[in-house]
Design a protein around this ligand. Structure first.
Ligand SMILES: [Zn+2]
Length: 86
């Protein structure tokens, strides 16, 4: 019966280990999701147009007569999407 008991103990230990691992995975997954969401919010705000500013001169982009964000800043710089990396 000793072998059986040890087997049960190991099995329980594996179960706890796997549960702990799953909790850690979920923890990091949630952290990752939160970080991605923050980046997404920042990126959305940067490209939303309302508060978008020229990356070269910092002036806010004007709006067209139709109300949509202009693609050219007051200094004539064309609007560019922020670099994809970082
Ligand atoms: Zn500019």
């Amino acid at each position: 019966m000793k072998t059986h008991d040890e087997g049960e103990k190991d099995k329980l230990g594996d179960t706890l280990h796997h549960k702990k691992k799953a909790d850690e995975d979920r923890y990091f997954a949630e952290r990752e999701a939160a970080a991605v969401q923050r980046l997404r919010d920042t990126g959305a705000a940067a490209s939303a147009g309302t508060d978008a500013r020229c990356p070269r001169c910092g002036q806010p982009f004007a709006r067209t007569a139709a109300g949509s964000p202009s693609t050219i800043c007051p200094s004539g710089h064309t609007r560019e999407d922020p670099p994809a990396s970082r």
